[in-house]
Design a protein around this ligand. Structure first.
Ligand code: FAD
Ligand code: DHB
Length: 398
């Protein structure tokens, strides 16, 4: 079957769903294709931290009500090292800005409901997705659903299909400018039934490796510890996991992590990746399809949101003013914010993780950097400004 729309969007992650809503607000039609089921995308555990501009964007799009009711506004984070904890006061250092802890799969539920309520089609469970004629004025996406072949013809394709999707691969390798850095560690993430151990997120550096204590509610906690990227969750019994958290967080004053039943475990790879070629003809990449950050800075979802704000504006300018200027500028504008987020994520990662085989000077530099961040207002301000999120340019006109 053949269908037509203005913007064909591949992927119903944060990037694809936000793009569909942003376009709809400007009267531009789109259709979303997603390979997984609705239940699956609404249950996949990923991010937790929404930057100030992302939370504002959700409110402006009319999808912030549940986040405001059920999410947690945090006014600080703690950096733990050398047996002590140091607070970074976010509003005090950023002129009043905060972060919101609200799980990505809850954001996805809110976005899916809003997209469907706006009458935008999301086809779940599509297979064999392929992109065609992307450098012509009439690109199309072919796919299969329930054994039948389909073609979605459009003016533009939004490649929002994450790191492993087909969109980036549709740009010839020779034209893609890519940068990759793999880190020699992963994050072991758990969800557990326990009360919060702290009112705020704790990012802890120790000689046994990094730990992050985050939260989901008064009864469910999200925690991570640095691990070997090739390790396997089966090697970690609950007792061994708790012993590792306690050892890495020991601070001499008797404070301990609150333990509880662990009901989810997983290992996450750590890499920095940027495909600077965000445009190929009528195909535009946004979100994880174009860039990946190590999770330490909590930037992935937030960078995806920044991309689609710019992309939706570029597409709107095309239809309203019959001008390609916005489309031509998309990559340059988006890459500024992407590189900032990439650098911050790398910076947080190298400051907080110890890597095997490092020389002693690197370890001492790490400690000097941590000491500086918690003792200099200028250094703390820089961390806080990046952590709460730099403004999306012109967000008020979304
Ligand atoms: P995705 O969320 O990957 O969505 C892409 C969608 O495309 C998926 O639904 C996928 O099924 C679909 N797709 C793929 N291939 C196809 C195909 N062939 N056809 C159709 N559909 C396809 N970020 C933060 O900002 N803050 C955090 O605190 C944070 N913490 C994180 C913690 C963890 C454990 C992890 C794993 C990530 C974290 N991130 C965080 C990163 C964040 O989750 C991602 O950056 C974000 O999901 C990117 O959104 P996206 O829409 O670009 O891609
Ligand atoms: C969470 C994940 C992150 O990567 C981070 O930096 C902070 C919080 C989380 O899942 O809650």
């Amino acid at each position: 079957m053949k269908t037509t729309t203005q913007v064909g969007i591949i992927g119903a992650g944060p990037a694809g769903l936000l793009l569909a809503l942003l376009l709809q607000r400007k009267g531009i039609a789109s259709a979303v294709l997603e390979q997984r089921s609705r239940e699956d995308i609404e249950a996949t555990i990923k991010a937790g931290v929404l930057e100030h501009p992302t939370a504002e964007l959700l409110r402006q799009l009319g999808v912030g009500a549940r986040m405001d009711r059920e999410g947690f506004v945090h006014e600080g984070i703690e950096l733990a090292f050398g047996g002590r904890r140091h607070r970074i006061d976010l509003p005090e250092l950023t002129g009043g800005k905060t972060i919101t802890v609200y799980p990505q799969h809850e954001v996805i539920k809110d976005l899916v409901a809003a997209v469907l309520a706006a009458g935008i089609s999301i086809e779940f469970g599509v297979t064999a997705v392929s992109l065609h004629d992307v450098t012509s004025a009439t690109p199309s996406i072919r796919y299969e659903k329930d054994g039948a072949a389909h073609e979605l013809r459009c003016d533009f394709i939004g490649g929002c299909d994450g790191f492993h999707g087909p969109s980036r691969q549709a740009i010839p390798q020779a034209l893609r400018q890519e940068h990759l850095k793999a880190y020699p560690c992963g994050w072991f993430g758990i969800l557990c039934e326990a009360p919060p151990s702290s009112d705020e997120l704790i990012y802890a550096q120790s000689e046994r490796g990094f730990v992050l204590l985050s939260t989901r509610s008064q009864t469910v906690q999200r925690m991570y510890f640095q691990c070997d990227p090739n390790d396997h969750v089966d090697n970690w019994s609950d007792d061994r996991i708790w012993a590792e958290f306690q050892a890495r967080l020991a601070n001499g004053d008797g404070w301990q992590v609150k333990e509880g039943r662990i009901f989810q475990k997983g290992i996450i790879a750590m890499r920095s990746f940027i495909c600077e070629t965000l445009r190929h003809g009528r195909l535009f990449l946004a979100g994880d399809s174009a860039h990946i950050v190590p999770p330490t800075g909590a930037k992935g979802l937030n960078l995806a949101a920044g991309d689609v704000v710019l992309l939706s504006r570029a597409i709107t300018t095309y239809y309203r003013q019959d001008s390609e200027a916005g489309l031509d500028a998309y990559a340059t504008q988006a890459l500024k914010r992407i590189w900032r987020g990439e650098h911050f994520s790398w910076w947080m990662t190298q400051m907080l993780h110890d890597f095997e085989g490092e020389d002693s000077i690197t370890r001492r530099f790490r400690r000097a950097q941590l000491d500086y961040v918690v003792s200099s207002r200028a250094a703390a301000m820089s961390l806080a400004e990046n952590y709460v999120g730099l403004p999306f340019e012109g967000i008020e006109s979304v």
